[in-house]
Design a protein around this ligand. Structure first.
Ligand code: GLU
Length: 317
């Protein structure tokens, strides 16, 4: 039985990611689980500097005192494992030739909204597929038959949705996050998934897929995001604050831990803590359910320019 933290190495971990990592570590350690770290670099060839960013992420976690068990797992090394899992899904998987635009139009979704897949390619004939293959490479989707799925989040309560035919392998051959994460969690014996609340809506499809693959559905805890002064999430590159940037601003690792612990209701304001001290205080049911407003933001112009290209794809936590 394990918990885990699974960062994508597109940019330095920011304060929201670090806070989520702390909760993930505390959730695992307070229940005597192993704690695994998995680098989600599925798309490594297209990610800029993913190896060096991953190294920095690991260093930052270690600086906070977040240790881990076993070797670090890198998704880029696991393509063969995902291929085997795909084979296990057999006929549930089908080729889809739709572009994003086709799907938006077919689903009549407003511009900018990612619609549920309307099933356009689910029942194509062999000859239709043969002619479409000449036009474009297909992605692979899984036939979920709009299965209803409800997950119980330890903090946010139950969350239900119907599962659409989501992509398991992209048209460029890269396995999709929603597929790889389930295969990895299943094979790594992860039964506790702690991550940012922006991924809550991915959980029903992941829980459904876990069952299809014969894995136990993990318990979930989605950590509310960190927001800035303007009440928007920290994902925007001008507001994401890494450990190095906090240090530059005179906020030490001890200060940061103290702020994070207080924001989680695990310490009083200004109290100096170590991560180990927080294990006995940790109770998932008592964590705040609202986003945390982080107000000590960097002054404009002090950003690390080298990181700016990656920031656009950041998640808050
Ligand atoms: N790799 C994802 C991220 O960095 C997290 C995935 C997960 O925890 O399931 O946001």
């Amino acid at each position: 039985m394990s918990g885990r933290f699974a960062p994508t190495p597109t940019s330095d971990l920011h304060i929201g990611n670090l806070r989520t990592a702390l909760v993930a570590w505390l959730a695992a350690r307070s229940t005597r689980r192993e704690f695994l770290i998995r680098i989600e670099d599925l798309d490594a060839p297209r990610m800029k500097d993913s190896d060096s960013i991953a190294r920095q992420q690991l260093e930052d976690l270690a600086t906070l005192g977040i240790d881990h068990d076993g070797p670090i797992v890198y998704q880029k090394d696991r393509t063969g494992i995902y291929e085997d899992a795909l084979v296990r899904l057999g006929d549930l998987v089908y080729e889809c030739f739709c572009s994003r635009k086709d799907i938006t139009e077919a689903a009549q979704a407003p511009h900018g909204v990612v619609p549920k897949y309307p099933g356009t390619c689910r029942d194509l004939s062999e000859s239709q597929k043969a002619s479409l293959r000449k036009l474009r490479p297909p992605s692979l989707r899984i036939n979920a038959c709009s299965a209803p799925e409800c997950i119980a989040d330890q903090l946010l309560g139950s969350y239900a949705d119907t599962v659409d035919d989501f992509v398991v392998r992209r048209a460029d051959g890269v396995f999709a996050y929603n597929f790889a994460v389930v295969v990895d969690d299943g094979l790594q014996d992860v039964d506790q998934v702690v991550r940012g609340a922006d991924l809550l809506d991915s959980s029903p499809r992941q829980a459904w897929l876990a069952s299809q693959l014969g894995f136990r559905v993990p318990e979930y805890l989605h950590v509310p995001l960190v927001i800035g002064l303007d009440n928007t999430r920290l994902a925007k590159r001008e507001k994401a604050v890494s450990l190095a940037q906090l240090h530059q601003q005179g906020i030490s690792t001890t200060d940061l831990l103290s702020m994070l612990a207080a924001s989680l209701g695990l310490a009083s304001a200004g109290e100096k803590v170590t991560v180990a001290m927080l294990i006995d205080r940790f109770d998932p049911a008592k964590l705040p359910r609202e986003p945390w407003q982080f107000t000590q933001l960097l002054a404009p112009g002090k950003h690390d320019v080298d990181q700016e290209d990656h920031r656009g794809t950041l998640r808050d936590s």
